[in-house]
Design a protein around this ligand. Structure first.
Ligand code: UGA
Length: 442
């Protein structure tokens, strides 16, 4: 018999975690307040694009190990172990994270608990939150019911969510010295298959566990902005940032991964996490420590305006009345997520400067239309390239990497291609008579 688990929140993190806990053999209930998400999940449909997840979801629903509910009372009655996986978006007009959903779970769940419980937090939170949640849960739980909040950050990448959950690089568990002390044993049982596989299991205090998560994302963001800053220098010096990244990447201390120059990072995590990290450090009196992240953010945002400027320059100095084809809208390939997507942001800016922009993405059109209804959309790369003065590749989907000049050259007005992700072979396009522009490439 598996462990009885409840997962609160059924977004990218929660839905994946719930399905993967069931895949490990546990009995799982996923909980959310959004009935439309629950309806989709119950019928085995994932409300977002994530390769492989719907198979895991369906398999476990059919096996009777996974179900979904909006009832906290039902979840509290059913489960011995709770995972908290709701969102912590950026506050409107501020750098800090909006913690209302996280606190709401504890406020609603704790009074309903009937027996000793461990709540594992997975959401990305400002350091200090877990201790507060633990104190709150103990205060709200019925008399005589022990409740312990531990922190177990999630490191999954969209597009690899199932693999990253079932075979993570590491498991981190932060424990509260003020609590009963069952959390480590429970975590070892929940993750026993992963631990047996040899995945490192690190036990820390709560603050370290919370900080591991934001520090990891801050490091990744810094690595990307580092190479994008170098790309700016390469451009003025006539050097090639891709070859440079290959060369420095051979140094194992540096490593080649996350050194792809381009239009920068976006998505629901990296941008908001570095901002929330800065805000929290400031609150704690360590503002100077993270001022470099302001620069990381600024370099990243500058990639977007630079791409708009490049497009304008190659369109003879004006975007007015030009037709621009945009290939890619998702913040990265293998995802339909357009939250803070650099591609869509650039498409929007170009349109605002008077161009007619037509966007194609293999998976993200539906979500793009919801936030940018005024952009033009097409059904294929060829479709949006009709009459284009420039073709912009802004998300490196395999489909665009493999695209040959012959597929679109019959339909464009000018053979101009801008490679915002340095994912094309310049020699292929140039030898077919195209003007090719990359990032940090002469
Ligand atoms: C990121 C982290 O990689 C995960 O470890 C973390 O768990 C997750 O955030 C989270 O906090 O939930 P994700 O947002 O799925 O995962 O996306 P990444 O693969 O990190 O890519 C982020 C952005 O960086 C994308 O826009 C991508 O195009 C860009 N990027 C990535 C680059 O511009 N260059 C690179 O070399 C790599």
């Amino acid at each position: 018999m598996g462990i009885r688990v409840a997962v609160f929140g059924t977004g990218y993190l929660g839905a994946t975690h719930a399905a993967c806990m069931a895949e490990l053999g546990h009995d799982v209930v996923g909980v959310d307040v959004d009935e439309s998400k629950l309806t989709a999940l119950r019928s085995g449909e994932v409300p977002f694009y994530e390769p492989g997840l719907s198979e895991v979801l369906r398999r476990n629903i059919e096996a009777g190990r996974l179900r979904f509910t909006s009832s906290y009372a039902e979840a509290a009655e059913f489960a011995d172990v709770h995972f908290l996986g709701v969102g912590t978006p950026q506050k409107r007009g501020e750098f800090g994270a909006d913690m209302r959903y996280v606190f709401a779970v504890i406020e609603e769940l704790a009074p309903l608990l009937t027996r000793p419980t461990v709540i594992f937090g997975k959401s990305t939170v400002p350091v200090g939150t877990a201790a507060q949640l633990g104190a709150l849960a103990r205060e709200l739980a019925p008399d005589g019911v022990d409740v312990e909040v531990a922190w177990n950050p999630e490191f999954l990448r969209e597009g690899f969510a199932v693999k990253d959950t079932l075979h993570p690089d590491r498991i981190v568990l932060g424990l509260d010295p003020a609590a009963e002390g069952r959390a480590e044993d429970v975590a070892r049982e929940v993750y026993s298959d992963l631990i047996d596989e040899g995945i490192p299991f690190l036990v820390t205090d709560l603050a370290t566990a919370e900080l591991v998560k934001v520090a990891a994302n801050a490091f990744l963001a810094t690595k990307i902005s580092f190479i994008n800053a170098i790309a700016e220098v390469c451009e003025v010096a006539g050097a090639d940032v891709t070859t440079l990244a290959d060369a420095i990447g051979y140094d194992e201390r540096i490593g080649r991964r996350f050194l792809n120059a381009g239009i920068g990072f976006g998505g629901g995590c990296l941008p908001k996490d570095i901002r929330a990290f800065m805000a929290r450090a400031g609150e704690l009196g360590a503002d100077q420590a993270l001022t470099f992240l302001r620069e990381v953010d600024a370099i990243n945002m500058r990639r977007r305006t630079t791409m708009v400027d490049t497009t304008k320059r190659i369109c003879d100095g004006s975007l007015l009345g030009k037709r621009i084809a945009v290939l890619g809208a998702a913040f990265k390939p293998n995802s339909d997520d357009v939250r803070d997507s650099p591609a869509l942001n650039i498409a929007g800016q170009i349109q605002l400067q008077g161009a007619a922009v037509s966007v194609y993405d293999p998976k993200a059109i539906h979500n793009s239309k919801a936030i940018f209804p005024t952009l033009g959309y097409g059904l294929s790369a060829k479709d949006v390239c009709q009459g284009a003065d420039a073709v912009l590749v802004l998300t490196e989907w395999e489909e665009f990497r493999k695209m040959t000049p012959s597929e679109i050259e019959g339909v464009v007005r000018r053979k101009v291609i801008v490679d915002g992700r340095n994912c094309l072979d310049p020699s292929v396009w140039r030898s077919a008579g195209w003007s090719y522009y990359g990032v940090g490439r002469s």
